[in-house]
Design a protein around this ligand. Structure first.
Ligand code: KG4
Ligand code: ZN
Length: 347
């Protein structure tokens, strides 16, 4: 059976994986860089240098875990974009070199298609999720709703106009004095708070029309997201409170803030389901770990697929998974491929 080696280095995780042509993950190695916390965000130059230090060892580890040699790999795949260009170049160049040394075929994979393709992997407890479906991708770098019609592409229905949902969580967490990345910490703090204590705008004020928690009555004109308003609202609330008050009300602030972000995601997902008539929904990206989001998605009345956590956050198994359905470039056609920083290349 053919084996695909995938490499992903678009942000701050150095990842390599081996997937077989049936979509089974044979190895999935992820090394998350711990070097950015003190800066309150990922520092691109540090990320690239760390990838460079780690990538060969991570690839070797993936091959060892999968119990295959490089000689048994048939296709090499790497994330081509979008992401941090310096970081992407490390994985892309490594993958090209490995493929070229053996004159193997190569797949250049779009990172967002990778998040979609995480759903095509199967594991003993989790069968592959087959198109067509709606996919909500919400991570630290991206937030979009896509219509997945087939295995090799998607149509973008809505995307964020400013911050990504994870970024909004991270910035809120920072204002509340939590570490980076702060989404999980904010969720823990929110668990003891009252989500209705503060009224934050769900994006574009649709909550003021529909009322909180009544998103079925609310109407999102566009399926695009915006998290700038809720972020600014939190900043203003914090300015209005004394330091002691802000401390005492931190859990309420976190719960209200989280609810505003989740409302915005749910409202548009619901609207997209209605517009497309799709009855199947998949979720990816780090924000998919959020319990409030999962609970609310679970009550939308459609078939919901959430890949296991390690496949929701950045990983290379999803890149190898996408490569199963991607155009394969024969040697040496891929040697001149370049990375791209932004946009999506819906194949
Ligand atoms: O997909 P991911 O691991 O990396 C990329 O950004 O590509 O996503 C990380 C993001 C961070 O912004 C983090 O704060 C957020 O996912 N996140 C969460 C939770 N766990 C991680 N956001 C809300 N609730 C969580 N439990
Ligand atoms: Zn990602």
């Amino acid at each position: 059976m053919r084996s695909i080696l995938g490499i992903e280095t678009s942000c701050d995780d150095t990842c390599a994986a081996v997937v077989d042509e049936g979509g089974r993950t044979l190895a999935n190695v992820i090394s998350s860089q711990e070097d950015h916390g003190g800066f309150g965000g990922v520092v691109p130059e540090i990320a690239s240098r760390q990838h460079l230090l780690l990538v060969n060892a991570i690839v070797e580890r993936a091959l060892r875990d999968a119990d295959v040699t490089l000689g048994e790999i048939d296709v090499v795949a790497a994330t081509q974009g979008p992401g941090l260009v310096g970081a992407l170049l490390v994985g892309l160049s490594t993958a090209k070199a490995l493929a070229a040394a053996r004159e193997l075929s190569f797949a250049a994979v779009d990172h967002l298609q990778g998040h979609v393709a995480a759903n095509f992997l199967s594991s003993p407890g989790d069968a592959a999720f087959e198109p067509p479906f709606l996919c909500l991708i919400a991570s630290g770098g991206h937030t979009l709703l896509v219509h997945v019609r087939g295995y090799d592409g998607f149509e973008v229905l809505g995307r964020t106009l400013d911050d990504a949902a994870g970024e909004a969580f991270d910035k809120g967490a920072r204002m509340l004095g939590l570490g980076f990345p702060g989404g999980a910490a904010l969720e823990r703090l929110a668990a003891d708070g009252d989500p209705e204590a503060f009224s934050f705008p769900g994006s574009r004020g649709e909550r003021s029309r529909g009322g909180r928690g009544t998103s079925r009555q609310a109407f999102a004109k566009s399926l695009d997201f915006s998290f700038a308003g809720v972020k600014t609202a939190l900043l203003y609330r914090l300015r209005e409170l004394s330091e002691l008050e802000a401390q005492a009300r931190a859990a309420d602030l976190a719960a209200s803030y989280q609810t505003a972000i989740v409302d915005s995601l749910i409202l548009r997902a619901e609207q997209a389901l209605e517009r497309t008539g799709l009855e199947r929904l998949a979720v990816g990206g780090g924000v998919a770990a959020n319990g409030e989001l999962r609970r609310r998605l679970g009550s939308l009345g459609v078939t919901l697929h959430v890949p296991e956590r390690v496949l929701c956050t950045d990983n290379a198994a999803m890149i190898a998974s996408a490569a199963r359905f991607a155009e394969l470039l024969p040697y040496p056609e891929y040697l001149a491929l370049d990375a791209y920083a932004s946009g999506e290349r819906s194949p």
